[in-house]
Design a protein around this ligand. Structure first.
Ligand code: ZN
Length: 451
């Protein structure tokens, strides 16, 4: 049993004062307001729920900051970045993947993410004749070492494009036949302990056949797990889909698959007005990754229209060009402001933008990961973030503006502690295993020739 006394906490009903939390077996046993601290309580300033990082390619953490030089041709874009990413993928063996992912997951914990959906298509180690479980086990090992809550999303990747039936070059590392994929998904679920939630996914419309997409979606529905895919991230993908399928990607998906709350559409950047409204009405969650989308020059999601139609979103750090949920939310809103030449886009009727963004990301993230709503209430998982109420960023802010300050007013986060599943994983602002993981990360990068 761990007991925590928080001077302020964002619990299910809203902000509350003097909140006492009893944690047992990874769950919040009781949540008591207007309480007094007990003799063994850990007394803290502010407690908020941890956020889910709904879209991660952990291995890409090794590429952050290494693709920012302009090429002589001067035509740098998503597709040229992808070549660099493929070159990295070709160097990632299971040991390197564990080291890189452990570091990425520790950084996530330090910035207030308590769970991650790992969108994993790196099924084959370099030189391996066929896919095996070693790359999947590297991911679960990293989650175990860091303590982050893992939703493992095994991803099917079959072909190079709509009109290219085979994977080419480095895509061979990702390739699985549909039967191999189905076997891997069920085997992953079978050998995972209760701390790992195994979902399902396909890379994108361009990377799988329509019949395989249907089979993976059927499997997800049958076993009741989230179904993830990248969609409409790039204009070129929209053009190719129009030319091959006669529809824009999101329109085609909605017409051909039974999309509902269990679906997570990653990016969905390029949608027309009708697609935005239709997708919002399904209850599916869109995973927005603003720092990656900006870094790759993807385009800007029409957030206001989507929210007006009742759309739900999660956030993800995707390529891990940076790992900070509050920065994702800040840039999500700032992109909209720059485009609209207006302010306070993501809130309605006098609401505060920081609070609205946070609550959307909290609920949407939990939905995308197939978890409970992420709120602080009795019976919920004890996934908590402790903020320093003496920090100049937060001092003097009351319940109305505290999350605005957290989202908009700083780079350095005032996070003191993070708990996942009832265990403190960050103490004094540092992930418990960060020294070892930083050392292993540096050694792995050197060994595979990235640094
Ligand atoms: Zn992605």
């Amino acid at each position: 049993m761990v007991e925590i006394f928080a001077r302020k906490a964002l619990i299910q009903k809203g902000w509350a004062e003097n909140v006492r939390l009893a944690v047992n077996n990874g769950l919040l046993e009781t949540v008591e307001e207007d309480a007094r601290p007990g003799p063994n309580d850990t007394v803290v300033g502010i407690v908020i729920p941890g956020l889910a990082n709904a879209h991660s390619h952990a291995f890409q953490r090794a590429l952050a900051g290494r693709t920012e030089e302009r090429s002589p041709a001067g035509r740098d874009n998503f597709w040229t970045w992808r070549e660099r990413m493929y070159a990295l993928a070709g160097k990632i063996d299971p040991a390197a993947l564990t080291a890189i992912a452990t570091q990425a997951y520790n950084e996530m914990l330090a910035s207030g993410y308590t769970s991650v959906a790992e969108f994993h298509y790196l099924h084959r180690a370099p030189g391996a004749a066929r896919a095996d479980e070693s790359m999947f086990l590297a991911i679960t090992d990293a989650a175990r070492q860091s303590g982050i809550r893992l939703t493992y999303v095994p991803v099917l990747y079959e072909r190079a494009g709509f009109e290219s039936p085979q994977p080419i070059g480095s895509q061979q590392l990702f390739a699985l036949e549909i039967d191999e994929f189905l076997e891997h998904q069920s085997r992953a679920a079978e050998i995972s302990d209760a701390s790992v939630h195994v979902a399902a996914g396909v890379h994108s419309l361009r990377a799988v056949t329509t019949s395989s997409l249907q089979q993976v979606a059927d499997l997800a529905r049958q076993i009741g797990v989230p179904m993830h895919l990248h969609i409409a991230e790039q204009q070129r993908e929209v053009d190719e889909c129009l030319s091959s399928y006669g529809r824009r990607p999101v329109r085609w998906l909605l017409e051909n698959l039974d999309v509902d709350e269990s679906w997570c559409l990653v990016h969905a950047t390029h949608m027309d007005t009708e697609e935005l409204a239709s997708l919002a009405s399904t209850g599916a969650v869109v995973c927005l990754c603003p720092s990656t989308e900006a870094n790759l020059g993807d385009g800007l999601f029409s957030l206001r229209r989507f929210l007006e139609a009742g759309g739900r979103f999660a956030i993800g750090s995707d390529s891990h060009i940076s790992i900070n949920p509050f920065e994702e939310l800040r840039w999500l809103e700032y992109g909209q402001r720059l485009a609209a030449q207006s302010r306070n886009i993501a809130a309605f009727e006098g609401a505060h933008v920081g609070r609205e963004l946070f609550m959307q990301a909290l609920h949407g993230g939990a939905q995308a990961c197939g978890q409970a709503p992420g709120e602080i209430t009795a019976g919920a998982p004890a996934d908590l973030v402790v903020l320093d109420d003496d920090d100049p960023m937060l001092v003097g802010h009351d319940a109305t503006s505290l999350l605005d300050a957290l989202v908009f007013s700083g780079y350095r986060l005032p996070i003191e502690r993070v708990m996942v599943n009832g265990v403190w994983r960050v103490i004094n602002g540092e992930p418990v295993g960060i020294e070892e993981s930083s050392r292993d990360f540096a050694a792995a990068l050197q060994r595979i020739g990235v640094a």
